[in-house]
Design a protein around this ligand. Structure first.
Ligand code: SAM
Length: 285
């Protein structure tokens, strides 16, 4: 492979490893078979690698974003939960989500009329459509409208346009840092219709409890109503992952809405139970 220029790629005894560095305190290493795609965009280093345990992985600046083995867990949870809370979502906005997995799941709702997908980095979408169809589904649904722009700029002047907004961001470093700011949640509030709701990934309750708590509090401050749910995503540090909902009206999911959606993780029982939080998470909110 010969990719010694990035510290997160290394060779030892003929084996190649990708090592994700979690802010210097924790390192997660994956043995990889091959680098399938590798290019610098204007925003980040975009790679798709083939790994031994997780199949193909999207890696941005050395951080694993999604994989063909466990990507469905995250993408189904960030999409089906909000879409089962809103009784009649017609216009959906996805911010980030370049692997297209969330858009693919949203497109399973036939009454959804438009899915705007605002991703800052076109290269991520191109690479995932071509080399990671296990996650992207090589999405070509005409209701999906791809916009390549900073999500913060895109929503800044939107007023009551969307039923559901899904913030499928990378970690709060680099281009995604702004997607965790209170002013961004205020813009989302304006962009949502009077009964709209939003969801975002709010990081690990184990390793990023300060970010999780701050995200929940900011969203609660802006919307007045918030709730949190969790799922276990093996390739995210600590496994346990949190999602935060901010809503103007609806709070309760209708679990039967996921029936017949050809999911491989989410089902009605999971939609119902995912809001049951561990004691330490409840206490930290
Ligand atoms: N599921 C993944 C996770 O939690 O690690 C993240 C999925 S997706 C790949 C995240 C996407 O957010 C990336 O493709 C990145 O380019 C995009 N992104 C980061 N900052 C952004 C911004 N300000 N506006 C729009 N998209 C952004």
């Amino acid at each position: 492979m010969g990719r010694g220029k990035f510290e997160y790629l290394s060779e030892k005894n003929g084996e190649w490893w990708l090592t994700e560095d979690e802010h210097g305190d924790l390192k997660l290493s994956y043995r990889i078979k091959d680098i399938i795609f590798d290019q610098m965009s204007d925003f980040q280093h975009v790679m798709i690698v083939d790994s031994y345990n997780f199949g193909k992985m999207l890696v941005l600046d050395g951080i694993v974003q999604t994989t063909s083995k466990d990507g469905h867990i995250y993408n189904e949870m960030i999409t089906h939960v909000p879409l089962s809370i809103h009784p009649d979502p017609k216009r959906v906005l996805i911010i980030g989500g370049g692997d297209c997995g969330a858009a693919r799941e949203a497109a399973k709702y036939e009454h959804v009329e438009q899915i705007d997908m605002v991703e800052i980095d076109e290269l991520v979408v191109k690479a995932c459509k071509k080399y990671l169809p296990e996650v992207s589904g090589n999405l070509s649904d005409p209701r999906v409208n791809f916009v390549y722009e900073d999500g913060v700029e895109f929503v800044r002047n939107k007023e009551k346009e969307y039923d559901v907004i899904i913030v499928d961001s990378s970690d709060p470093i680099g281009p995604a840092e702004v997607l965790f700011e209170k002013s961004f949640y205020q813009s989302l509030h304006h962009a949502l219709k009077d009964d709209g709701l939003m969801v975002c990934q709010s990081q690990s309750p184990i390793f990023h409890d300060n970010i999780m708590k701050q995200t929940y509090q900011r969203i609660h401050d802006v919307f007045g109503k918030a709730s949190m749910y969790t799922a276990v995503v093996p390739t995210y540090p600590g496994g346990l992952w949190s999602f935060t909902i901010g809503t103007k009206q609806y709070m309760n999911p209708a679990p039967e809405k996921v029936q017949g959606k050809e999911t491989s993780y989410v089902n009605a029982e999971i939609i119902q139970s995912c809001f049951t939080l561990p004691e330490f998470v409840k206490n930290s909110l």
